[in-house]
Design a binder for this molecule. Structure first.
Ligand code: DGJ
Length: 553
């Protein structure tokens, strides 16, 4: 009995030693693995990214593709990013650079990035430029590119091979899988405690061109086989919530559940695209699952949005697009969400499509144009977005005066309030221009009519042919207390619970959050509220105002 006890206690000691020595293993970045790593959490209708036990709002920007390829090239970049009040950068890691020789991994560049980002106080969303980057396989290592026999390419309708790795090849998958897993393993070892990297985007803008699907022999074989039962089961179980575009396609042949792709979904490019999406997603699932098995950070995929009216094959097809949301979700349950990249102007249209089925909104790329400031506020306020990130962020020529930086400053100050109320019907946002100059928002007992401030005609730019976009966020922090932040808006109020009551301004103060405490800079109830008729922030001003309403008969 005594001996047995002794063995047991020795075993216990051993296991404690093993666990703690694992925990305390440090690496060249001086790190150890911590207990909680970034994860996603639901709050009401929103999904929050939790970093070090606190909800995190990504005030981001994506680096141009070749910007972080050496430390030297970053010297002038970091100050710009700071000037624009970013807290997070989206930065790529290239398969061809980390595994330039098969099986030999070199993470020096990534380690430099982590080191520099920490020194400059930024978090990172890491982009894995692996098998696919904007449809193509340009970042595959040379040993993959030149051995087409072993690592086959997708072929178009004419049988011509494309510089796109075929998702139907097991060799391609295993090579990418191993590289990504090794990357995530390294990341866990060097960043598990510090958690500079908070999320990962495996692959980039997956899509098939110039045909809607791969026409290689392997692909054709699969195309003429039965649709996998796994997919049929998913769409059958989720029939009630399928996106209407996909539901409609499936309905055309009477919701068949047995047959080839064409038998179930009909003959046409749309079926080629659904088929291809399934296999792109399956491959990505395998890559992600391998990465998550060693370091399960949240992972999402991004899509190049298709131009309206174009047929599959005319745009990068079969990526994580909203009309293929069900296909991607069925094939790749390890993907945490799907994200849109914006290089077109239909911001509301696409966001509305992406937030279906509870898909959280994070915008990893938006063309860095003069609309991004308003859109950042709108995305965070209206869609309860996890974050926003213009592309080629370092291209700003005047970062100190960048409107985005001014909006990010407001969002940063408001982060505790934003994350407190995300998903709880206490927050909304507006996006206004000349064509859409007004927007109505309801919170609690009140309705708020937001108008573009140029509508007042008091600013010289109101005469301009086009109006700069204005954006604002509104947060309800008490029954009659609200914070409005942004630029280029004026707001009037109504009581919607009791329309007989009129609504007046008790108080409007302009201020800042300093160490998370509200500090009044100006009390505004005179001309600045048109003597109590509205709350107003002119276009050139980027401000936070605290509003208290009252009702009267
Ligand atoms: C979208 C891609 O995801 C980015 O990497 C970049 O290539 C831009 N397009 C191009 O501007």
């Amino acid at each position: 009995m005594n001996n047995f006890k002794k063995i047991l206690s020795n075993l216990l000691l051993l296991s404690v030693f093993f666990v703690s020595s694992q925990k305390n293993q440090s690496n060249r970045l001086g790190d150890t693995v911590s207990d909680t790593i970034p994860y996603l959490k639901k709050q009401g209708t929103a999904t929050q990214l939790i970093v070090k036990n606190k909800p995190y709002l990504i005030l981001g920007g994506e680096l141009g593709n070749s910007t972080f390829t050496s430390l030297e090239n970053m010297v002038t970049v970091w100050p710009k990013l700071k000037a624009m009040n970013l807290n997070t950068i989206l930065a790529p890691v290239f398969w061809e650079l980390i595994e330039s020789e098969e099986g030999n991994f070199d993470f020096r560049l990534l380690d430099d990035l982590l080191f520099e980002a920490r020194n400059n106080n930024f978090k990172i969303v890491l982009l894995w430029f692996g098998s696919w980057k904007n449809s193509m396989s340009s970042h595959a290592p040379a040993w993959v590119k030149i051995n087409q026999k072993k690592y086959p390419r997708a072929r178009d309708k004419n049988g011509t091979s494309q510089e796109i790795l075929s998702p139907f090849s097991e060799n391609n998958l295993q090579a990418d899988r191993l590289a990504f897993k090794t990357l995530m393993q390294h990341l866990r070892d060097v960043d598990g405690k510090e958690q500079t990297v908070i999320m990962v985007q495996p692959e980039n803008e997956i899509g098939m061109l110039p045909s809607a699907r791969d026409y290689s022999l392997m692909a054709n074989k699969k195309y003429n086989s039965k649709v996998p039962v796994e997919f049929i089961n998913y769409i059958t179980e989720n029939k009630k919530i399928l996106v209407p575009e996909f539901y409609e396609v499936w309905s055309r042949n009477g919701f068949r559940t047995n047959g080839t792709w064409e038998e179930i979904f009909g003959v046409g490019e749309h079926t080629s695209e659904i088929f291809m999406a399934w296999y792109f997603a399956k491959y990505t699932q395998e890559v992600i699952a391998a990465g998550k098995s060693v370091y399960p950070l949240p992972m999402f995929v991004n899509a190049a949005l298709n131009a309206k009216g174009k047929q599959p094959g005319e745009y990068p097809s079969a990526g994580p697009l909203p009309h293929l949301m069900d296909v991607w979700k069925a094939a790749a349950p390890s993907i945490d969400f799907l994200s849109p990249d914006f290089y077109n102007s239909d911001f509301k249209y696409w966001n509305d499509l992406y937030v279906r089925q509870g898909n959280p909104l994070f915008i990893p790329e938006h063309k860095f144009d003069n609309t991004v400031a308003g859109k950042a506020a709108y995305a965070i306020g209206h869609y309860q977005a996890m974050g926003f990130s213009p592309f080629s962020i370092e291209s700003s020529e005047d970062p100190i005066n960048e409107p985005l930086g001014k909006i990010y400053n407001l969002m940063y100050q408001l982060t505790p309030l934003i994350t407190k109320y995300q998903g709880l019907n206490r927050m909304d946002g507006v996006l206004l221009d000349k064509e859409n100059a007004g927007s109505i928002v309801s919170l609690g007992n009140y309705e708020f009519t937001f108008n573009h401030s140029y509508k007042l005609g008091w600013e010289a730019e109101a005469e301009n042919e086009t109006w700069d976009m204005a954006g604002a966020i509104i947060i309800q922090s008490g029954n009659k207390e609200f914070y409005v932040a942004g630029n280029g808006v004026y707001v009037t109020f109504k009581n919607i619970k009791d329309p007989n009551l009129k609504v007046g301004i008790l108080k409007v103060d302009e201020g800042i959050f300093e160490n998370k405490k509200w500090k009044v800079i100006r009390h505004l109830n005179g001309d600045q509220t048109h003597q109590g008729r509205h709350l107003r922030i002119f276009k050139e001003n980027y401000k936070i105002q605290r509003l208290e309403l009252y009702d009267y008969e």
